[in-house]
Design a protein around this ligand. Structure first.
Ligand SMILES: [Zn+2]
Ligand SMILES: [Zn+2]
Length: 938
């Protein structure tokens, strides 16, 4: 047998059918478009269903694809088996070739045979085919397909078997298109049978053991079912085939588990390096590894298709499989978030064929880690609570109660975020079970009770009115004073208070549950609300004192803060544990590492603003700004692109200001005073009577007299002396949050400079951790480049230059070889000169030549025919025409010749250059030359 990588197997399948006239169609999304009955795309058929039903048309009649599929919910639910065995997956790929009223059984069977045996090299005598024979005797036996199988070269004629409706008849639904199918099975040999010891086991095709594997199902759609016992032939017949990708890879790579193919090699390597286990140790306890590898792959593909962890439908499935993978991680000793590392390996394996994975890399890694962290906060108390319930069941004498009540299972989800599937895993590990129907019912009931499905109330005026109502109500009850919610993002990132209001789905509620997206109003907040370009804070609101979840504790992850109307500040986020209630005491805590990144970027923005004034002039004032944790973006007035030298200077000045460790001071002042002192204010911005100012000042101004010696010494050795001489380095009106000393910025790097609008430039830059990451990333690239170039980092420029020189030399050499080869073609063609009205005429195609070569050849022609000659030379779409002076006088012009054969171009009467239309055949165009000369020549 030949050896192929998984990627090669997929590609050879697609290439094979493309060679046979099929169009390669990309996989459709895991979220089926326009099919509300399906949670996930679960077969290759989904994206072509409407074509078979006749309600959709495609520009092709033959298609080939590899379809992403999920079987994790509903009728096709393989979740129970995933991890326990070597063949089941939640996500898998289905290879298929399709005929829409085009070819039929003969071709489908011949191509299947050719691909399996010639291309992939499977042993012919090990292949079996099954065809349809109606066990009820109503539908004709598919002797047609059986006959085609027996015709295949090398097919063992006795290897055709007949099976009935269960195995070999396919129906799309109760009514509609249907037909017989023919399956290809592969005999892996008796050693693969897992039922050798089972009494009564008959080892054969469809014998339900692991020796015979169904590789490929060819469905021949030829009937339309009108009623349970009435079929009519379809006017056009179709082919729909499906081959489980993971299975064929395991067969072609000759391994006894899909998880031992190269498709899972990288993710499993990552897991083994994390656990430190050997391959032998891993195989001895393979289930957790299989579950994690499978679930991480599914989650990565789901997130790439826009399905992120959540509480309902597809989002619930995404959450559940991530949490299930995380729990299996704890079984092999993995505690820290680890799924992102596994997902990197999934992306490395699949990213080339499925570019959506590469594109969504950030979202995939981020969602996995976030969900793991959320789960880790509650999993212990959740499983402990479950254990109590299971112990209770075991103690109760009643034999009927071996199942955990569905409502209780739902309570575990609503409080601890423990998905049903995980509760069931744990119960089953102890010989118990969980009532699934009861769980679903409780979940549906909760969704209706919490008003799920309604849009969030973020609708302009209506929204403001809604929140003004809440404000007035809270003021009437004395919970808020006339100023409303107290806002102080400057002094304390941790604020205590009481939950004044909870909003869920645009409605005021008294409590919320796990997974709910809620809005919370507190009497006071330290969360910054987006303004002046600085984006809002994130963080947590937690019940106080920090009760455990059993004691009624809870936690909300805050991802946005806004001010929908005067006096009201709303924190929005997801309940990640417990059940928050109005009146609960809480602590609201800003995510400080993130805020710190933001503050570094904000202070750096002020430093850069000042530096731009130094380098470009006072006209370079702010026109827009974004201050985020990972970067800053600054727009400013300047009529032209900055030169590389200017960019470098700005970067240098800001980094000097950082190194000078200046003080950042905020002060409240009367607006007029601040402006009079020269504080930078933004044109068009509205400021109140009292303004907040940010001054950045060299520390030396504040040094005590005794320190001045040291400071002047320092000034001599540091390059920042110029900076320190300034009294105020920067002075701006600003409501944002800043670090206390410029040295906290760490480092400042400009990432890009470009145009934002007419007369407005835009700089993007990074600081602190972002700057470190950028440097680390670029160093990695440099190291890779050095290793590719087999050079040291320092020698890269030299090495690249010498490579460029080498390429230039090779190009020259190639050109001279091409000219030589063109010349020899040309010399041969000279014998084809025709005589037209006494003139020597040559029309010739010289492949692979550029215009320069063609002109050189035209000169050659003139050397040979200094008089009485005309030639048209073409290569691809380039065409050159040459006419001797005496013929020009006889009214034959070079440009006219090009026009006469269908080209366009211009030049002198004796030499013209042009191009031929791409769809024109060059030989046909050239054939018109003689006729054109005959016509023009007087
Ligand atoms: Zn068997
Ligand atoms: Zn500012």
């Amino acid at each position: 047998m030949k050896t192929f990588t998984g990627a090669q197997i997929r590609q050879t399948f697609i290439d094979f059918f493309v060679e046979h006239g099929h169009t390669a169609v990309p996989s459709s999304s895991l979220v089926p478009g326009g099919d509300a009955t399906l949670l996930f795309t679960n077969s290759g058929m989904v994206q072509f269903k409407d074509v078979f039903l006749g309600t959709d048309k495609r520009p092709y009649k033959r298609a080939v694809d590899s379809q992403k599929c999920m079987r994790v919910a509903g009728k096709h639910n393989d979740l129970d088996d995933v991890g326990r065995d070597d063949t089941h997956h939640t996500f898998f790929e289905m290879l298929g070739n399709w005929s829409f009223g085009d070819y039929y059984k003969k071709e489908a069977i011949a191509w299947a045979w050719q691909l399996l045996t010639d291309v992939w090299g499977l042993k012919k005598s090990n292949l079996w085919a099954t065809v349809f024979k109606d066990d009820k005797g109503n539908v004709p036996t598919d002797e047609e397909a059986a006959g085609f199988w027996r015709e295949q070269p090398g097919f063992m004629k006795e290897n055709v078997l007949y099976f009935g409706r269960k195995d070999n008849f396919w129906e799309m639904a109760e009514l509609g298109p249907c037909g017989p199918c023919s399956e290809v099975h592969y005999d892996r040999g008796i050693q693969y049978c897992d039922k050798q010891d089972v009494p009564g086991h008959v080892c054969r095709v469809n014998g339900d053991c692991t020796r015979y594997l169904e590789l490929w199902n060819l469905v021949f759609i030829q009937y339309n079912r009108l009623s349970p016992d009435k079929l009519e032939p379809l006017p056009a017949t179709h082919v729909d085939t499906g081959m489980g990708f993971e299975r064929i890879v395991s067969v072609l790579q000759d391994v006894d588990s899909n998880y031992k193919t190269d498709l899972f090699a990288k993710p499993l390597d990552v897991l083994r390096s994390l656990t430190g286990n050997s391959e032998k140790e891993m195989l001895a306890d393979f289930t957790p590894y299989r579950v994690i590898a499978d679930h991480t792959r599914s989650a990565a593909f789901l997130i790439a298709d826009g399905v992120v962890p959540g509480n309902v439908g597809r989002n619930y499935v995404c959450r559940m499989i991530i949490r299930r993978a995380a729990r299996f991680g704890t079984k092999i000793g993995l505690k820290e978030p680890f799924l992102a590392k596994v997902a990197e390996a999934v992306i490395a394996t699949y990213g080339t064929f499925y570019p959506e994975l590469e594109k969504s890399r950030g979202a995939i890694l981020d969602n996995l880690t976030r969900e793991e962290i959320r789960f880790a906060r509650t999993v212990e108390s959740g499983t402990a609570q479950l254990q109590n319930l299971l112990d209770g069941i075991r103690k109760s004498k009643s034999s009927s109660a071996s199942k955990l009540d569905g409502q209780r299972a739902f309570d575990l989800y609503a409080t601890y975020g423990l998905p049903f599937e995980i509760a069931r895993d744990i119960a089953r590990e102890q010989g118990l079970d969980v009532d699934e129907v009861g769980f679903r019912a409780a979940m549906d009931e909760h969704r209706i009770a919490s008003g799920g499905g309604k849009a969030m109330g973020k609708m302009g005026g209506e929204d403001a009115e809604f929140f003004t109502g809440i404000l007035k109500d809270l003021q009437r009850k004395g919970r808020l004073d006339e100023h409303g919610v107290e806002y102080d993002p400057y002094t304390s990132p941790r604020v205590e208070g009481e939950v004044l209001a909870l909003i869920l789905n645009g409605q005021i509620v008294q409590s919320a549950s796990f997974g709910d997206e809620v809005e919370v109003i507190l009497p006071k907040t330290g969360f910054y609300v987006e303004s002046g370009g600085q984006i809002s804070d994130e963080g947590f609101i937690r019940s106080l004192p920090p009760f455990s979840v059993e004691e009624g504790g809870w936690e909300i992850e805050i991802t946005d803060v806004r001010k929908p109307s005067a006096g009201i500040i709303v924190h929005s986020g997801e309940v990640i544990s417990g059940q928050p209630k109005v009146g609960d005491q809480v602590i609201a805590e800003v995510d400080m590492p993130r805020r710190h990144d933001i503050m570094r970027n904000h202070t750096a923005t002020h430093l850069m603003h000042a530096a731009l004034h130094q380098v470009l002039g006072p006209h370079a004032v702010q026109a827009g700004s974004l201050v985020a944790p990972d970067r800053l973006r600054f727009d400013f007035n300047h009529p032209e692109a900055m030169t590389p030298g200017q960019i470098e200077r700005v970067e240098k000045i800001v980094n000097d200001a950082i190194a000078a460790d200046m003080e950042v001071i905020s002060k409240l002042k009367a607006r007029e005073d601040a402006i009079a002192e020269g504080a930078m204010a933004l044109f068009g911005e509205k400021y109140g009577e009292t303004v907040r100012t940010i001054t950045i000042t060299p520390l030396s101004n504040k040094l005590s007299p005794g320190m001045s010696e040291i400071s002047s010494e320092l000034a001599m050795v540091t390059p920042t002396a110029a900076v320190e001489q300034l009294e105020k380095y920067s002075y701006e009106l600003c409501g944002g949050t800043h670090i206390e000393r410029t040295s906290d910025v760490g480092a400042f790097l400009i990432v890009s400079e470009g145009s934002a609008a007419a007369g407005v430039r835009r700089i993007e830059a990074v600081t602190g951790r972002g700057a470190y990451e950028l440097i680390a990333r670029r160093f990695k690239t440099l190291k890779q480049t050095a290793s590719i170039l087999k050079s040291s980092i320092e020698d890269i420029p030299q090495k690249a230059e010498s490579l460029q020189d080498e390429i230039a030399d090779l190009k020259k050499e190639l050109l001279s070889l091409r000219t030589q080869s063109a010349l020899s073609t040309f010399n041969i063609q000279l014998s084809n000169v025709q005589t037209v009205k006494g003139a020597a005429v040559l029309a010739v195609e010289i492949p692979n030549s550029d215009a320069e070569t063609l002109r050189a050849l035209a000169d050659k022609f003139r050397e040979k025919y200094p008089k009485n000659g005309a030639a048209v030379l073409a290569s691809g779409i380039t065409v050159i025409s040459v006419v001797t002076e005496d013929l020009v006088k006889r009214n034959l012009k070079a440009g006219d010749l090009i026009a006469a054969i269908g080209g366009r171009g211009g030049g002198r009467p004796n030499l013209a250059q042009g191009s031929l239309p791409v769809d024109l055949k060059v030989s046909e165009a050239l054939a018109k030359t003689a006729e054109a000369v005959k016509e023009k020549l007087k």
